[in-house]
Design a protein around this ligand. Structure first.
Ligand code: 5GP
Length: 189
């Protein structure tokens, strides 16, 4: 998505440790019109695939999952990073390694919100080493539902996650794929 590449070039900040900050439109301040354009793009990529639900992980995935679900006309579910008192009943759970924080956490979804009849599109803001994406695949599988594919806003293609999940046989579509990045240059595929 050319407009996203231009926005990343204009507003993205490359930080040490291969972290790209896009707080001006995706990760803290939300450029709502632009996010809804991204949602439309995701919906057009997966139209005709029978998606019944979108899943992401709190908090940073929600900003892109919401417009994608809106454009597809389905509900969005977000996995929580810790069990809260308002989560009753059984849950599906997957252990995920956080690329940005360096720790492990459990992503948890109530069994009420994904059923075996669902055809689920996984949506996230970034794809790096693939732990979050593999964790969400596991959550969908635990429910006996079908993974339709994954839609990612920004894939850092120089990291392994995208190649690994595609090699597992899943369709992964990224709106922007970064081949390399330094604080003075960003190259897209
Ligand atoms: P992975 O599990 O693929 O290694 O990392 C994906 C998750 O880590 C995403 O959900 C995202 O929140 C976070 N993440 C990974 N790389 C970056 C990055 O360069 N910038 C930001 N802002 N988040 C990232």
């Amino acid at each position: 998505m050319k407009a996203l590449e231009q926005k990343i070039k204009a507003e993205g900040v490359v930080c040490p440790g291969n972290v790209l900050k896009v707080g001006s439109f995706l990760n803290q301040q939300l450029d709502v019109d632009f996010l809804y354009m991204m949602g439309d793009e995701i919906a057009s990529l997966f139209s005709g695939c029978g998606v019944t639900k979108v899943i992401t992980i709190e908090a940073s995935g929600i900003a892109i999952a919401l417009p994608a679900a809106h454009a597809l006309g389905v509900k969005a579910v977000f996995a929580k990073k810790c069990r809260t008192s308002n989560m009753s009943g059984d849950v599906y759970s997957a252990r995920i390694h956080s690329f940005t924080h360096g720790n492990d956490y459990d992503a948890i979804v109530s069994k009420n919100y994904i059923t075996e009849k669902d055809r689920v599109l996984i949506v996230d803001d970034f794809l790096a080493e693939g732990s979050a994406l593999k964790g969400m695949i596991s959550l969908v599988q635990q429910a006996g539902a079908t993974v339709v594919g994954a839609a990612i806003a920004i894939e850092k293609a120089f990291q392994n996650g995208g190649d690994e999940v595609r090699a597992m046989g899943y369709r992964v579509e990224s709106l922007a794929r970064i081949a390399s990045m330094t604080d003075s240059d960003l190259v897209f595929i």
